[in-house]
Write a protein that binds this ligand. Sequence first.
Ligand SMILES: Nc1ncnc2c1ncn2[C@@H]1O[C@H](COP(=O)(O)OP(=O)(O)OP(=O)(O)O)[C@@H](O)[C@H]1O
Length: 245
Amino acid sequence: MNSSTASATSTAAPLARPATWQPVIELRGIEKVYQTKTIETVALNHVNLIIHKGEFVSVMGPSGCGKSTLLSIMGLLDEPTAGVVEIEGRAMQSYSDRELAALRNHKIGFVFQSYHLINDLSVLDNVELPLLYRPGVNGRQRRELAHTALDKVGLSSRTTHFPSQLSGGQRQRVAIARALAGRPELILADEPTGNLDSVMGEEIMELLLTLNREEGTTIVMVTHDEHMARRTERLIRFFDGSQVS
Ligand SMILES: Nc1ncnc2c1ncn2[C@@H]1O[C@H](COP(=O)(O)OP(=O)(O)OP(=O)(O)O)[C@@H](O)[C@H]1O
């Protein structure tokens, strides 16, 4: 399926969707305007988008078209200037800051182009880190979840290594394990292969495709790589803050 459920309308009404598809996150009429002293930038312009459970969606578009802004809003890291972000059937604006932090920690895993690993921590400790903020998860459970995630990305033999002792592709695998460890509903990946050569990039893409197909992980991936984007279930293109296809 290469079509998109998003439309370019500015209404904030719920979008039509197949009854069997469960939305993980829904954006309606999203606008994001950045205001500095001298300039106002419309980063997102009336974006309507539903991500369904189990989808693998890629987002493409030229530099500055709003892709990272879109991921920040989907990741509940930033608020839109206008429009509704709905998660678990409730508008983001109706959650308290504490509830939003809990949602981010439980429901969403982030993967970044530059890995964002902590160099002084071992691979295992890096993967465990987000679980430290999970109430009700004890040390033994943390370790188990981290080992399971590292197993999924094929890095069980590297638990005591430090990031500096790994290749770029292995570092990105650790970052993916860290995103997976808390069993999130949604993985948001911002150019996950952007710092890797084509062979390692291909390995990471294969891993993401496997996680999506075999584990049912829902993934939204920003990429500049047309070849990678075409391998995902749905490809969304942005231009100047609007979805164009
Ligand atoms: N904090 C900010 N303050 C002001 N303007 C911003 C801010 N963040 C982003 N912008 C502007 O919003 C627009 C969209 O930026 P964004 O980073 O979302 O684009 P992008 O598509 O991810 O770009 P790239 O592919 O280069 O990473 C750009 O014009 C950018 O300059």
